[in-house]
Design a protein around this ligand. Structure first.
Ligand code: SF4
Length: 730
C-alpha cells in the first residue's frame, strides 16, 4: 500500500475529477488537490472533497447479511454467497434463465460492467440485464448513433470549449452537477464567446449566461426546430458543408419549416425576438457547439429532441469540425464506460450490438463459448424493473438504488418486494438493499483499482489508495465466487478473474475492432498518461511490446514507469496509437462517412396538464447530493448544505396556495403524492414546480414521475409530468 499521495479520481460524477489521496494516521485518507490532471486542474466540488467520509462512515456495510425470520442478520461470506447461488439457481431451474434479472449501475468501473454483462450472459444465460445509465443519457446515445454512427458523450475534449465562439447548453446545470467544469464556460465568455442556457429554471448556470431561454418543460424539441427554421429563413445554412458531409437535409429542412417561430413561441413560451437572438449568437461566430444533458434527454421523445439539436449543428456546419460540434454531458461517474462494455440490454463489449452475428462470434470467442449460446437483447431498465415479480423472479443488483432513482418509484418498490429473491451488492445499506434477501458488502473507489471513462471518452485509472475494511470483498470477487458456484455445467467452475488488470486485459481483447476499441490501452499507459481517449486500437508491434513488458502492479504504483529511460518512452510512444481526443474531423462513423439528418417534429409530452393536474413537475439535482444519495446522504457536511427535498415554485403559484417559504406543500401526480417544504423563487416558470430527486420517503420526487418511455432509447420521462400542488395544513 503506498504511503505517499496516490493520484486517483473522484467516485461520483462523469467529470471524474483528479485528486490525490494521502494516508492519515487513523488509517483513512485525505483528499488533496491534484493540479496536474487537466480536466479539473485541482478544483473539486464538495462531494469530491468529502468523498473519504463514506470510506470510514459508521454506516458502512462490513458483513454479509442474509434475511432470516424477516430480518437481515450477519452471515459468513460462504453462507451469503451460497444463498445467492441457490436463489438464482432455483429460479433458473423452475422458470428458465430469463427469470433471472441483473441490474447494474453507471458508477461501476469498466471492469465490473464488463464482468457483469459476461456473468449475466454466460453464467446465468439470461437476456434480462440492463443498468441505471439507461435513465441518464441513453437518448443522447441513440441520437448520436443515428446521426453520427457513433456515441461518445463529447467528441472533443472539454479544453476546446473556451476556444469556440458560442455554446448552447440545453437542459444542463453544470454549476450544480459538476461545478469544476464551469470554468470552461467562464473562460469561453472571457475569450469573447457567448453562452446560451436553455432551462425552464433560472439555475446557477443560467445566471451566468449571455442569454437564458426558459421554455416550458418538454418543449425543447420545438425550440430547436424553431431555431433551425430561422437558420433557413435567414440564409444561415452552410450549404457546402451540408452538401459534402451530410445526407437527409431536405426532409429535415421540410420538418423544420413547418415550425414557424410564432408557432414555436406558443408551444415553448420563448419569444420570437429571443429565438432570433439565439440564432444570431450561435451563427455569427466561426465555431459553435451545442451541449445537451438530462433536460432534453429524459423525455418520452428524448431521442428526437437531441436529434433536433444535432440537426441544428449539421445545418450550420457545426459538427465534425475543429472547435465545433454536438456533445452530451454524461452524468454518472462511469456513465460513458458503463454503456460501452456490455451491461446494457442490447449490447456486447466494445459498443457492439448483441444482435450482430459478427459481434457475437468475436465476443463468444474471447469468452470461450458458443456464439449460439449467448442470449439475445433483453428489456430496458424500466421495463426490466416493471417485470420484477412477474416474468422476472430473482434479481442480482449491483451499484444502483432504484427504490429512489427509478420513475414511478412506489410501484417499482412494490415490484422489488414481490420478487422471489433479491441480492444486492453495495457499500452502504441503501433503500433497495434494505429489501434484499442477501446483502453483500463490497469495496469502493479508493479501496480498489479499476478504470472509468469520463464524459470526454477519456479512459482513466482509479487507483487503490487504502486497505478495505475487514469483511468486504470486491464486486469482481463476488462474480468470481458466483460463477464458480453457478457455472460448473458451462465449464466456469474456476470462476471469473478477480484482478482488475486481468479483467481489463480481457476487455481489451473483447473490445478490439469494436466502436469503443480499448485494445491499445493498458494500465501502464493509463498510469503514465493522465488518461487515453478511445477509440484506441492496438498497434500490432505495440501489442507485442506491451505483452513482453512487466506491467505488474502498474495499477498500484503511482510512479509506475517513472524510472524508464526517456528513450524507451519515446520508442513506446511512437509505436502505440495515441488515442482519439477529437472524433469525426475527417468523416463520421457511418458507412459513407456522412452524418445523417433525422427529420423530427414537435409532439407533446406524454402527460399534459389538465384541470385535475394543472401544473408541470420537473426534477433534477442539487450541488451537495449525488444521484439517489445513497453515499452523499451519509456525509454530514453535505447534509448540512442540502438536508432534504424541497418544492421550488413561483411566488404566484405559492400565493394561490397560500404557502409561505418553508411551508410543507404536497405535489400529487397520477402515481402518488410527495410532501416537502416550499422554496419560493421567481427563477422558475409559474406553470412549473421543481423537485430534486435525491431523497427517499415522503419527499421522494420519483414517487411522482412518469415512466413513459422514449420509443428508441427507452428513456423514461423524468423531466415533465402533470401534477397538482396543494398546501398542507397541520
Ligand atoms: Fe468532480 Fe464530479 Fe467529483 Fe464533484 S462530484 S469532485 S465535479 S467528479
Amino acid at each position: 500500500m503506498p504511503n505517499s499521495a496516490t493520484p486517483t479520481h473522484c467516485p461520483y460524477c462523469a467529470l471524474q475529477c483528479g485528486m490525490n489521496l494521502t494516508p492519515q494516521q487513523d488509517g483513512g485518507v485525505a483528499v488533496v488537490e491534484r493540479p496536474d490532471f487537466p480536466v479539473n486542474k485541482g478544483a473539486l466540488c464538495g462531494k469530491g472533497r468529502t468523498a473519504p467520509a463514506v470510506l470510514s462512515s459508521s454506516v458502512r456495510l462490513t458483513s454479509p447479511l442474509v434475511r432470516s425470520g424477516g430480518e437481515l442478520v450477519p452471515a459468513t461470506w460462504d453462507e451469503a454467497l451460497d444463498r445467492v447461488a441457490e436463489g438464482l439457481a432455483r429460479t433458473r431451474t423452475e422458470h428458465g434463465p430469463d427469470a433471472c434479472g441483473v441490474f447494474g449501475g453507471g458508477g461501476l468501473t469498466n471492469e465490473k460492467a464488463y464482468s457483469l454483462g459476461k456473468f449475466a450472459r454466460i453464467v446465468l444465460g439470461t437476456s434480462q440485464i440492463d443498468y441505471n445509465g439507461r435513465f441518464c443519457m441513453s437518448s443522447a446515445a441513440a441520437a448520436g448513433m443515428k446521426a453520427f454512427g457513433l456515441d461518445r458523450g463529447l467528441p472533443f475534449p472539454l479544453e476546446d470549449i473556451p476556444k469556440t465562439g458560442c455554446v448552447i447548453l440545453v437542459g444542463s446545470n453544470p454549476a450544480e452537477t459538476m461545478p469544476p467544469s464551469l470554468r470552461y464556460f467562464t473562460e469561453l465568455r472571457e475569450n469573447g464567446g457567448t453562452l446560451i442556457v436553455i432551462d425552464p429554471r433560472r439555475t446557477r448556470t443560467a445566471e451566468q449566461a449571455d442569454l437564458h431561454l426558459a421554455p416550458r418543460p418538454g418543449t425543447d424539441l420545438a425550440l430547436a426546430l424553431g431555431l433551425l427554421h430561422l437558420v433557413v429563413a435567414e440564409g444561415r445554412v452552410d450549404e457546402e458543408y451540408v452538401q459534402e458531409r451530410t445526407v437527409g437535409w431536405e426532409d429535415a429542412r421540410a420538418a423544420a419549416m413547418a415550425h414557424w417561430p410564432e408557432y414555436v413561441e406558443r408551444i415553448t413560451g420563448v419569444s420570437v425576438p429571443q429565438l432570433r437572438e439565439a440564432v444570431r449568437l450561435f451563427c455569427e461566430p466561426e465555431h459553435a457547439m451545442v451541449l445537451t444533458a438530462r433536460g432534453p434527454e429524459q423525455q418520452s421523445k428524448g431521442t428526437d429532441t437531441v436529434g433536433a439539436w444535432i440537426n441544428l449543428c449539421l445545418a450550420t456546419g457545426r459538427a465534425g469540425r475543429p472547435l465545433s460540434g454536438y456533445g452530451c454531458l454524461t452524468g454518472q461517474g462511469n456513465g460513458q464506460g458503463g454503456r460501452e462494455h456490455g451491461q446494457k440490454a442490447d449490447q456486447l463489449p466494445g459498443y457492439r450490438k448483441l444482435d450482430d452475428p459478427a459481434a457475437r462470434r468475436h465476443v463468444a470467442e474471447v469468452w470461450g463459448v458458443d456464439p449460439d449460446s449467448l442470449p439475445g437483447p433483453g428489456r430496458s431498465a424500466y421495463e426490466l424493473l416493471d417485470a420484477l415479480g412477474t416474468d422476472i423472479k430473482s434479481l442480482l443488483l449491483m451499484g444502483s438504488n432504484p427504490v429512489v432513482s427509478a420513475p414511478r418509484a412506489a410501484h417499482i418498490e412494490e415490484r422489488i418486494k414481490s420478487l422471489d429473491f433479491l441480492a444486492v451488492c453495495d457499500v452502504v445499506m441503501s433503500e433497495t438493499a434494505a429489501l434484499a434477501d442477501v446483502v453483500l458488502p463490497v469495496t469502493q473507489w479508493a479501496e480498489e483499482t479499476g478504470t472509468t471513462t469520463n464524459l470526454e471518452g477519456r479512459v482513466l485509472l482509479r487507483r487503490r489508495a487504502i486497505t478495505p475494511p475487514e469483511g468486504v470483498r470486491s464486486d469482481l470477487e463476488v462474480m468470481h465466487e458466483l460463477a464458480a458456484r453457478l457455472g460448473g455445467e458451462r465449464g466456469l467452475e474456476k470462476g471469473f478473474p478477480t484482478d482488475p488488470e486481468e479483467v481489463f486485459e480481457e476487455l481489451r481483447r473483447a473490445s478490439a475492432g469494436g466502436a469503443a476499441d480499448y485494445s491499445g490501452i493498458t494500465y501502464r499507459r493509463l498510469a503514465e498518461e493522465n488518461g487515453v481517449f478511445w477509440p484506441c486500437p492496438a498497434v500490432p508491434e505495440a501489442a507485442d511490446a506491451e505483452s513482453s513488458e512487466d506491467c505488474e502492479d502498474a495499477s498500484l504504483d503511482a510512479t509506475a514507469g517513472a524510472d524508464d529511460p526517456a528513450q524507451d518512452e519515446e520508442a513506446a510512444a511512437a509505436s502505440v496509437h495515441p488515442g482519439t481526443p477529437r472524433l469525426f474531423l475527417d468523416r463520421f462513423a457511418t458507412p459513407d462517412g456522412r452524418a445523417r439528418f433525422v427529420p423530427v417534429s414537435h409532439r407533446a409530452i406524454a402527460e399534459e396538464p389538465d384541470d385535475e393536474y394543472p401544473v408541470l413537475l420537473t426534477t433534477g439535482r442539487v450541488v451537495a447530493q449525488y444521484q439517489s444519495g445513497a453515499q452523499t446522504r451519509r456525509v454530514d457536511e453535505l447534509n448540512a448544505a442540502a438536508p432534504g427535498p424541497f418544492v421550488e415554485l413561483h411566488p404566484r403559484l405559492a400565493a394561490r396556495l397560500g404557502a409561505a417559504e418553508g411551508d410543507p406543500v404536497a405535489v400529487v401526480s397520477r402515481r402518488g403524492r410527495a410532501v416537502a417544504p416550499a422554496r419560493i423563487t421567481t427563477g422558475i416558470r409559474p406553470d412549473t414546480v421543481f423537485m430534486p430527486f435525491h431523497w427517499p420517503g415522503e419527499g421522494r420526487a420519483n414517487t411522482l414521475t412518469n415512466p413513459a418511455l422514449d420509443p428508441t432509447s427507452r428513456m423514461p420521462e423524468f423531466k415533465a409530468c402533470a401534477v397538482r400542488v396543494e398546501a398542507v395544513r397541520s
